[in-house]
Design a protein around this ligand. Structure first.
Ligand code: F6R
Length: 283
């Protein structure tokens, strides 16, 4: 007789503090996956679910998106769903977290290029609905540009969902340590460690821009729902501080402890410093 094992899908639906663990003391609902691929697929499924729900209600779905290594597999899965399952993005409006400054859109290191390469070129989103901070804005126009970026988010009714990665400095978006929690879209000077880490994509450290334009902490915190995805050992200390640490602008991601619907999905390597490692385990 043939036995087939059906793997149960991990439930990642949001659970408030005190309801997702019995023994640990993390302040944000988190799920540790044995494999980062599964975590990425669950994120993509949640995004697809939200898009379809809004479609059924004839409403726009406003997504806040991230770049970097962490979301690549998520976008790959969304593209697959578009091609193979008919997932449409026609009701979707996107706002990206950040962009280097200065940065030409055609530069292959730009987040503009990244997003088109990994997602927008392969789905049916209306290009008018795609918003990515413009790295070509001149210094005397950035303040007006940032105010306008915020206004656009507001005009669409705010972000329904924000996808985040996390930097080793604790940055979310490019809000580096010290950025006030009240910040809206603004220009930031990148932390040296962030530039060093991101130098892997450039020919040299000198080529990594010193500045970026980023949604502020407040912009991110206003999103109705947040999912942060982190994988790999190099993120474990940042994840520990995000979940256990004091809430302080010195470690920007710690502010997520105050969000009413934030979840953190990690693989075993990124979750290795979580005490007892025995909360919601997806194995
Ligand atoms: C990118 C962003 C950053 C990254 C973070 C992690 O839009 O806002 O906060 O999410 O630097 O990057 P990766 O995923 O490359 O480790």
């Amino acid at each position: 007789m043939k036995t087939s094992i059906v793997k149960k899908k991990t439930d990642i639906s949001h659970k408030p503090i005190g309801q997702f663990e019995e023994t640990r003391f993390e302040k944000i609902h988190n799920v540790i996956f044995s494999d980062s691929n599964e975590a990425s697929i669950r994120v993509a499924e949640e995004i697809a679910e939200l898009i379809r729900k809004k479609q059924n209600q004839n409403r726009t779905c406003v997504l806040g998106l991230a770049t970097g290594s962490s979301p690549i597999r998520v976008y790959e899965e969304l593209v697959r769903m578009h091609n193979e399952e008919g997932l449409s993005f026609q009701n979707v409006v996107t706002f990206n977290l950040d962009e280097y400054l200065p940065m030409e859109k055609s530069n292959i290191q730009s987040y503009h290029y990244f997003m088109h390469e990994h997602l927008f070129n392969h789905i049916d989103i209306d290009p008018e609905n795609v918003h990515i901070p413009d790295g070509t804005v001149s210094p005397d126009e950035t303040v007006a540009y940032c105010i306008d970026y915020e206004k656009k988010i507001k005009d669409f009714g705010g972000l329904d969902f924000q996808l985040l990665g996390i930097g080793r400095t604790g940055h979310i978006g490019f809000n580096e340590p010290g950025n006030p929690f009240e910040s809206r879209t603004h220009v930031v000077k990148l932390h040296r460690e962030t530039r060093e880490v991101n130098a892997r994509f450039f020919d040299s450290l000198e080529e990594v821009p010193e500045y970026s334009m980023t949604m502020g902490i407040k912009t991110i915190m206003r999103s109705k729902r947040i999912l942060l995805l982190a994988t790999g050992e190099k993120k474990c200390e940042a994840i520990r501080k995000t979940l256990y640490g004091p809430i302080t602008p010195d470690f920007p991601a710690s502010v997520l402890q105050l969000h009413p619907d934030c979840r953190i999905l990690v693989d075993k390597a990124a979750g290795q410093l979580l005490e007892m490692n025995s909360g919601t385990m997806a194995v």
